[in-house]
Design a protein around this ligand. Structure first.
Ligand code: FBP
Length: 555
């Protein structure tokens, strides 16, 4: 790739590290917490993770209780970028690389090409100073590529072990979301069960923001992605406030959770923002959701404002109770008879095939959807068994339904405005943006912390950096046992161990702040235009975190 002027400038940015990780590796001490438990399904998880279950939380400190023994030994590590891109992935690798080389210049970092399949198929590159320097503080995962292969079958586990042995690896670092880190936990367990001491460490990646809990305050990439989308939403708000003729329906990535939609709403103050978690709790139907949108359109039209902004979380359909049931039935039915289903290529035949295999209410919903949307429900699942919600055009579905409802209201003289709507999907636009200062620092610290976990001989841990609303020097680095974040969930028709997704908490301050303001935003034009990510200038503009983090951690 060619190098832009901003990229050259960003090469000069020195990511900040928590105080506990600065200085010589010899000086980093370890504090060990008490044994931990999983979120639920303790007995089953203890049985699946006999070797790695229940480990203590680890915190790094200066002047702590224990030194890392032999921390300057030569170490060989392989790193994997797994799943969807998230801004800052390159900095995780840079932090890991710099830590390794600081520990011992003879240490080696291999990059597995194209995601977990690179480990299975032994496709690597040796990461050098020159390669790392070309990717510091840049977006994207192109340094080694990413992929969504799940290490699942006995053959894939065996091939992964063989590769690790061939390369003489001491450790593997998996940079991924909830599913990829579940895979990391299984790999850690497998390596120990097979008599090797190869360690596995995860790093919390995903723009979706749903890999979080009391120890993982946010996943990396969320900050940059939300700021990028908010810039675009702000631009559209200003455009529509200028021309005053369009309603923009914007679907925002985030797969299941609505964290991105909520954060963007807090940053931009749209007229409507749907929050899937609330819709599920209130058991709202698709028609009720359309009623809510139309209420804002009608109210604004009565003030002469025939324009506005609607934010829609990507995973909305999975939270509408009867559609959720439909998707669940489709997932199980298609997983159970995958080959038979794959052989049917025509949509009408697929519908007929399903008619005797899913429940009657679900089949009725399938028939009621516009055919192009219904077909999107049948597209290939991802390797973890999830429906690819990024490919379901909810924004178009809602526009179509709103048009119908408004036309009916017009006939009944309940509405006399003009409704002209445009559909947008902001997803891929934000996943590879240059990381914000926050993500650049956070990712570098996560990578460096992953190195220290390896140096300390730990396995089955997620690299963690906390206290994120404080300046980076006061961040607290360490490791969280992966099994601590797990429960059992239905996947591909059977119960599997998975890291629990964190959904938007309706009792949390970010949602409550939004809920307090939304009625005003629904009627009045209250748009905020946050502008582009700022790298240079006053610290409160350049180094601030998301509104979500600030609300969650400040009074
Ligand atoms: P991860 O969970 O792997 O981080 O990916 C998240 C995501 O960006 C979702 O928001 C989106 O639904 C999905 O990836 C799209 O996946 P793909 O890149 O395979 O189209």
């Amino acid at each position: 790739m060619n190098i832009s002027i901003l990229q050259k400038e960003r090469y000069n940015y020195n990511p900040k590290l928590p105080q506990s990780l600065c200085g010589s590796v010899d000086d980093i001490d370890i504090e060990t917490g008490i044994p931990t438990e999983a979120i639920s399904d303790l007995a089953e998880l203890r049985d699946i993770f006999k070797q790695t279950y229940g480990k203590p939380i680890i915190t790094f400190a200066k002047d702590g209780e224990k030194k890392i023994e032999n921390s300057n030994r030569e170490i060989k590590v392989g790193v994997i970028l797994s799943g969807g891109q998230a801004p800052g992935g390159h900095n995780v690798i840079a932090g890991l690389f710099d830590g390794l080389k600081k520990g011992n210049p003879a240490s080696t970092l291999y990059g597995f090409k194209g995601g977990p399949s690179g480990l299975i198929e032994n496709k690597t590159i040796t990461l050098t100073n020159e390669i790392i320097d070309a990717y510091r503080n840049t977006g994207g995962f192109d340094i080694i590529g990413s992929g969504r292969t799940k290490i699942e079958t006995p053959e894939q586990f065996a091939a992964s072990l063989e590769t690790a042995k061939k390369l003489g690896l001491d450790a593997i670092v998996v940079i991924g979301g909830d599913d990829s880190n579940t895979n990391a936990a299984l790999l850690a367990e497998y390596f120990l069960n097979n008599g090797t001491s190869i360690q596995v460490i995860g790093c919390p990646k995903t723009i979706d923001g749903d890999l979080k809990n009391e120890h993982i305050e946010t996943s990396f990439g969320f900050d940059t992605a939300c700021k990028t989308y908010s810039e675009l939403i702000g631009n559209l708000s200003r455009d529509t406030n200028s021309a005053k003729k369009y309603w923009h329906f914007i679907k925002l990535m985030g797969r299941s959770a609505s964290h991105i939609a909520l954060e963007c709403a807090l940053q931009t103050q749209p007229n409507v923002c749907l929050i899937s978690e609330e819709i599920e709790e209130k058991a709202m139907s698709l028609n009720q959701i359309v009623d809510q949108i139309c209420a804002s359109i009608v109210k604004r039209a009565s003030n002469g404002d025939n324009f506005g902004i609607v934010l829609i979380p990507e995973g909305l359909v999975e939270f509408i109770p009867d559609i959720k049931k439909l998707i669940g039935e489709l997932n199980d039915t298609i997983a159970a008879q995958a080959q038979e289903f794959a052989a049917i290529t025509n949509f009408i035949d697929q519908l007929y095939w399903l008619s005797s295999r899913i429940s009657e209410p679900s089949y009725r919903i399938m028939q009621s959807l516009p055919p192009d949307i219904a077909q999107q429900f049948l597209m290939d699942r991802d390797p973890h068994g999830n429906v690819q919600v990024s490919r379901i055009e909810t924004e178009k579905l809602l526009i179509g339904m709103a048009e119908k409802k408004l036309a009916a209201m017009k006939e009944q003289k309940q509405y006399s405005g003009k409704f002209s709507a445009l559909a947008h999907f902001f997803g891929y636009e934000g996943r590879c943006a240059f990381p914000s200062n926050f993500d650049a620092d956070y990712c570098y610290s996560l990578g460096y912390s992953a190195f220290v976990l390896i140096a300390a001989g730990l396995t089955g841990y997620l690299s963690s950096v906390k206290n994120l609303i404080a300046p980076a020097s006061q961040w607290i680095a360490g490791g969280i046992p992966l099994t601590m974040m797990m429960n059992l969930e239905q996947r591909h028709g059977s119960k599997k161990p998975v890291i629990k997704k964190a959904l938007v908490e309706l009792n949390g301050k970010p949602f409550k702040t939004f809920a307090q303001n939304r009625d005003t935003w629904a009627e009045k034009t209250s748009f905020l235009v946050p502008g582009a990510i700022q790298y240079f200038g006053p610290s409160e503009v350049c180094d601030s975190t998301t509104v979500t983090l600030r609300l969650e951690h400040c009074l």
